[in-house]
Design a protein around this ligand. Structure first.
Ligand code: WT7
Length: 662
């Protein structure tokens, strides 16, 4: 970039100017007509036929939206379909020999595997048959505790084929976290892996699985994928089956896709909330699949001939919607990478973009901040001219990171979509349609067509432009969660109680509350400010502060703990833990390392505290509530606000002094 360009770009960011999509992009975009916003508003909810029409239905649906029992909204009722048939079978005739998944292993090129749609179809059928032979029936929940190996999407689609919902547990989660989720879902089947590669090392996964299974309160049949070969010898216990053996036994077997009702569960995904108990978010076959497909087409601009890459992990919702279901339903090529972006060198991602001629890249601001820190020499080594669109998800992207992405990766020639959504929404909600709307760095954008999002105050009245308020979704949408598994009451209290008349059977009285703060500009663009509940966002991963606190108080010697998110240059937020020790224990290095270990055992390394502050007391209100805001201010080194409502105002100064000492 020339100096003149740079100065000009800085000025545009400074003035919060908008960036028009390049002409070359608009010319070929899937959606180019601005009229879609009015059209969807005027024709709501029938507009969602457009999403449903992207799928092949075995039985046509009768009703687009059944809102007779809010907030239990139902979509495309009366219709039936199968998700694996939509992601595989219907593409075979035209695209059977085209790549469905380009899998890139971390260590070396010889590891890479291309699965054409024919290949994927074959193996999904074989594994579906194997699962059935193991006893998996329709509606049995199968847990998938797997890293980024191709067998993960294969297992997901195999489950979908036989109508068994999957529950994917992020491989980085701990043994305890696996056990909690399997118990909560009564899941009697597990697919796991011997291990995987991380920064060049073979990381074992099977022993962690075994430990987790020790905490499951019912019998489990387990399938083990062999990723590491001889590198890691893992004994197989009774009730355990080798993936390759099972698939070999079923060579060539075909499984007729089970037709699922549109509202039947496609999968469960556990996510963190305000309390310590993870929430089992239920997504359905018709609504979720149409939502993932529609947004993949409209926002990511995916076409079948593209090579598209989302660098998320399939253990999170982003990978479900935008590595597996959306892209494969559209028949495109989806890239899947096993490892980290800095192995063997810090240009690994750019090497992959160049080699596979990636058209769209969808990643997270936390990754972009790391790339920025490493420097532009890494992307410069590669030809990135295949890129046509860039996307981000997971947290707000600050204008500096936006600029870096725009210039060094997009060569000022790719629109950037900053997509706000969450596990519960199933897919994107707030973002720009890239061929229609300008991008405004730092602001996700207006709601997608047909989505009614407003920013309101505590009473539910819309706030003026520029003022902070709460994000609310005022109309249902097809990709929405249907409930929390086995917990309709919590579903209502977590997401609807805040702004809804919970006695009402008028759907208009029900407002969905995502627990995010936001502000809206005069032009209708919305900037998301972050969570307003006790959830923190570490590197785009959602963690409940209560979950971390309960892990910490489980450590011997800890009397009380409070966890908050503090600002972090790379991670966005980091975990700050304030800990009161029991009388006879000292807050020293030994206890510190046992606390770290306790958190890693209960949740996983992603929740590891950045800082642990030992303190004799925690700031509490007169009613005994911990004042987290104050602790956040201390973590961020900010000016402290009003402490007059505190029972123990002095303690704040003491803690501040301790943090300052470090
Ligand atoms: C929370 C959801 C969406 C899939 C990945 C995370 C935050 C997400 C953005 C964005 C600002 C964002 C919100 C949201 N978030 N995307 N573009 N701008 N904030 O899914 O684990 O369910 O987390 O991530 O706070 O509520 P999740």
């Amino acid at each position: 970039m020339t100096e003149v360009n740079n100065v000009e770009l800085e000025a545009r960011l400074e003035n919060r100017e908008r960036f028009e999509p390049p002409e070359s992009f608009v010319e070929q975009a899937n959606i180019v007509d601005d009229a879609i916003y009015d059209e969807f508003e005027g024709n709501w909810p029938d507009c969602w036929k457009r999403a449903a029409d992207l799928l092949d239905w075995e039985t046509e649906y009768e009703t687009i939206l059944d809102d007779s029992n809010p907030p239990f909204f139902e979509w495309f009722t009366g219709g039936s379909l199968n998700a694996s048939a939509n992601c595989l079978d219907r593409h075979l005739e035209d695209r059977g020999d085209e790549a469905a998944i380009e899998w890139v292993g971390e260590p070396a090129d010889e590891d890479n595997r291309t699965y054409t749609y024919n290949d994927l179809h074959r193996e999904v059928n074989e594994f579906a048959a194997a699962l059935r032979d193991l006893g998996v029936g329709e509606d049995d929940i199968v847990t998938l505790y797997m890293p980024m190996v191709p067998e993960l999407p294969i297992a997901m689609l195999a489950c979908a084929r036989i109508g068994a919902p999957h529950s994917v547990v992020f491989a980085g989660f701990s043994a305890d976290a696996l056990a909690t989720r399997m118990n909560a879902a009564d899941s009697e089947y597990l697919v796991t892996c011997d291990g995987y590669y991380r920064r060049g090392d073979a990381l074992e996964h099977k022993a962690k699985t075994d430990e987790g299974l020790g905490g499951v309160d019912h019998d489990v049949r387990t399938v083990v994928v062999d990723r590491l070969g001889d590198e890691y010898d893992h004994p197989m216990a009774s009730g355990e089956f080798d993936y390759d053996d099972l698939v070999a036994e079923q060579a060539g077997t075909k499984v007729e896709p089970v037709q699922r009702d549109a509202e039947d569960m496609l999968f469960l995904m556990y996510t963190s909330g305000t309390t310590g108990e993870p929430k089992g978010v239920k997504h359905t076959t018709g609504g979720f699949l149409s939502w993932a497909s529609w947004t993949s087409q409209a926002v990511l601009d995916i076409k079948p001939e593209d090579t598209y890459w989302c660098s998320a992990d399939i253990g999170w919702i982003t990978g479900h919607s935008y590595i597996v279901y959306g892209p494969l339903a559209l028949g495109t090529t989806s890239v899947m990478y096993e490892g980290t972006p800095d192995h063997p060198t810090r240009d690994r991602l750019w090497e992959i973009v160049e080699e596979y001629e990636v058209d769209q890249l969808y990643t997270a601001p936390t990754a972009i901040r790391a790339f920025m820190k490493w420097g532009s020499q890494y992307p410069k080594r590669h030809d990135l001219s295949s890129l046509r669109l860039l996307g981000t998800v997971g947290e707000p992207i600050n204008p500096r990171a936006w600029k870096w992405y725009y210039t060094h990766i997009g060569n000022e020639n790719c629109p950037i979509v900053d997509t706000w959504w969450q596990t519960e929404t199933g897919g994107m909600m707030l973002t720009t349609l890239p061929g229609v709307k300008d991008a405004k760095p730092g602001s996700a954008g207006p709601p997608l067509p047909g989505i009614d999002i407003r920013v309101v105050d505590t009473r539910g009245n819309e706030v003026e432009p520029g003022k902070a308020g709460y994000l609310t979704v005022n109309k249902p949408w097809p990709g929405m969660l249907r409930t929390l598994y086995n917990n309709d009451d919590r579903f209502i209290s977590e997401y609807w109680a805040e702004y809804s008349d919970t006695e009402s059977d008028d759907p208009d009285d029900w407002v969905y509350f995502p627990e995010d703060g936001a502000k809206i500009d005069e032009d209708g663009y919305i900037t998301v400010l972050g969570r307003v509940d006790d959830v923190i966002n570490v590197s785009g991963h959602r963690l409940g502060t209560m979950e971390i606190e309960s892990a910490i108080v489980g450590v011997e010697g800890v009397a009380e703990a409070a966890v908050v998110g503090g600002n972090h240059e790379l991670k966005g937020e980091a975990v700050y833990a304030y800990v009161i020790t029991e009388e006879e224990f000292d807050g020293g290095e030994e206890l510190r390392s046992r606390i770290v270990e306790g958190v890693e055992d209960a949740i996983g390394p992603i929740a590891r505290p950045e800082e642990i502050v030992f303190t004799p007391e925690l700031p509490k209100t007169r009613s005994g509530k911990i004042m987290r805001r104050l602790l956040e201010d201390i973590a961020n080194g900010e000016e402290l606000g009003d402490t007059s409502t505190l029972r123990n105002p002095d303690v704040v100064r003491d803690i501040e002094a301790t943090v300052g000492d470090d």
